[in-house]
Design a protein around this ligand. Structure first.
Ligand code: C5P
Length: 229
């Protein structure tokens, strides 16, 4: 089973107040991208790693990530205007480079994703088209229309989903092509498989695998790293 990973690193650092793309913001002395690449160091099975960065990236930002890896890694300056567009461009590059059986999509904005989580989604996708990490929702979730509550959702049926997400390569490609044809935009790749009728399963996620969005998330991530050491 051949596996490739697409690391999504083409988002802006705007909400973080950063002058560099978010993936190149530092957490405890390393960029978010370096943290992810170090997690994938010496991965078994070996991975082709494609990093999707913005087209106008400053080339001085990328060598650190290369130093952090012993894997086959390619930087692709094909980031699109949305996450979905960045994944779609990554899929084309991965098809040309490795044409793997399985592809893992991971947001570099989640630098604390542990190695075991990559292993768990890879194991689970063997019996499905997609496998995603999920954690139970503890808050009560409501649907609203402006400031008016219109519905309270059944919490037992809700989970919060993270990356890394693993997919059969051909299923993910097909799901992206259909979404593009239908003009559909989603915030994760699993959603595109679901709407195309593919089987996506969940594995237990990691509560420490937070997404870096605002400056305080960096402080929280640094704290969580201390706990995990
Ligand atoms: O902006 P947000 O945090 O939701 O982005 C999730 C992930 O997708 C991040 O790792 C970001 O770098 C990536 N992304 C991308 N291309 C975009 C927007 C986001 O690769 N146009």
């Amino acid at each position: 089973m051949s596996v490739a990973a697409i690391l999504l690193a083409a988002g802006s650092g705007e909400r973080l107040g950063a002058s560099v793309p978010k993936a190149f913001v530092e957490l405890d002395g390393r960029s978010l991208l370096e943290h992810v690449v170090l997690t994938l160091h010496d991965h078994d099975p070996p991975l082709g790693i494609l990093v999707v960065v913005p087209g106008d990236i400053d080339d001085r930002l990328t060598p650190g990530a290369f130093r952090a890896t012993d894997q086959d890694m390619v930087i692709s300056k094909t980031g699109g205007p949305t996450r979905q567009a960045s994944v779609a461009s990554g899929l084309e590059a991965v098809a040309d480079l490795w044409r793997p059986d399985i592809v893992i999509c991971h947001d570099v904005a989640r630098p604390l994703a542990p190695r075991w989580l990559f292993a768990d989604v890879l194991a689970a996708v063997k019996d499905a088209d997609g496998a995603v990490p999920a954690i139970p929702v503890t808050d009560t979730i409501k649907r609203v229309d402006d400031d008016r509550v219109t519905e309270t959702l059944e919490r037992d049926q809700l989970v919060a989903v993270q990356t890394p997400q693993a997919f059969r390569f051909e299923a993910l490609r097909d799901a992206h092509e259909r979404a593009e044809r239908d003009g559909v935009e989603a915030t994760d790749d699993a959603a595109l498989l679901e709407r195309a009728g593919y089987r996506v399963v969940i594995v237990p996620g990691d509560p420490h695998n937070i997404k870096i969005t605002r400056p305080e998330d960096l402080r929280m991530a640094s704290f969580l790293r201390g706990l995990d050491d």
